[in-house]
Design a protein around this ligand. Sequence first.
Ligand code: NAP
Length: 301
Amino acid sequence: MKVLLTGAAGQLGQALIASCPEGVELIRSSRNGGPGLKALDLADASACREAVETYRPDWVLNAGAYTAVDKAESEPELALAVNALAPGAFAQALQEQGGRLLQLSTDFVFNGQQGSPYRVDQLRDPLGVYGSTKAKGEEAVEAVFGSSGEGIILRTSWVIGPIGKNFALTMLRLHREREQLGVVSDQVGCASSTLNLATACWRAVQLGSKHEQPLPPVLHWSDTGAASWFDVSVAVGELGLELGLLKRAARVSPIQTRDYPTPATRPGYSLLECNNTRVALGLEGQHWRQALRAVLEAIPY
Ligand SMILES: NC(=O)c1ccc[n+]([C@@H]2O[C@H](COP(=O)([O-])OP(=O)(O)OC[C@H]3O[C@@H](n4cnc5c(N)ncnc54)[C@H](OP(=O)(O)O)[C@@H]3O)[C@@H](O)[C@H]2O)c1
């Protein structure tokens, strides 16, 4: 099976490369290319189409995205090109050539106001530019593939991994640098380790390749449980000490979102209902704190 991976230099991309199953020919791409990487700029829809025509993949695993949530507010056109027009171009080219698409998406397609976990079939209502461009990307994939199972949208939340830019690594650094941290406690969701998320992606590709029983067109994946950013920050301090990554942890105080203004509005409660996806993929969930421990243990030094 041939898979074209985008965002190969990102945190999920790296985990997907590390866990690539045997028998998969993986074509890795990033914006500028590099050793072992093809250059593919997701802001260029015709380049996305040409990549499908050139490599003729069985799947495009679209892990690349414009993920700078706050910066997206001032770069809406670029965010739209990368997050919506690129998946649309992949979907069209793949449909013409007989390939499939796994499109990564986000809890930020929801407004976070309902106070209970979001099911896969709920209406999108994003709050900011990032969420709205990702929602448009989902719509573009759905417009081409419908519920055929050939274009699968996998939504995830609060992605953390041992490499790259993410909340867990930022908190680890801040615990080292500061005595005291204020972290928002009124945004609730669930972390998703890149290690577990990559397993879910590869399982979706494997099961989604079977013609007899298509997967649902939308999947939800995060680790299990629920937490606020404050909870995750406290856990990073505790686990960092336990694992010898920190000599001392900062004192963490809960603050309100209104005390930490950001350009983009974030959903207050964006837990994803993932049980059905776990059953569909035949995977057990891991509690977010255990998953966080595994992420911290895997940090390369
Ligand atoms: N991170 C999260 O908390 C989170 C939460 C929910 C869903 N997701 C989704 O999960 C997926 C994986 O995210 P991630 O956490 O792995 O993000 P990431 O670490 O930011 O990786 C995204 C990758 O996409 C690349 N990219 C951005 N613009 C590009 C362009 N024009 N052409 C080619 N590549 C480009 C980035 O390259 P540069 O570094 O060069 O920009 C980066 O390597 C994305 O679909 C994201 O929307 C993420």
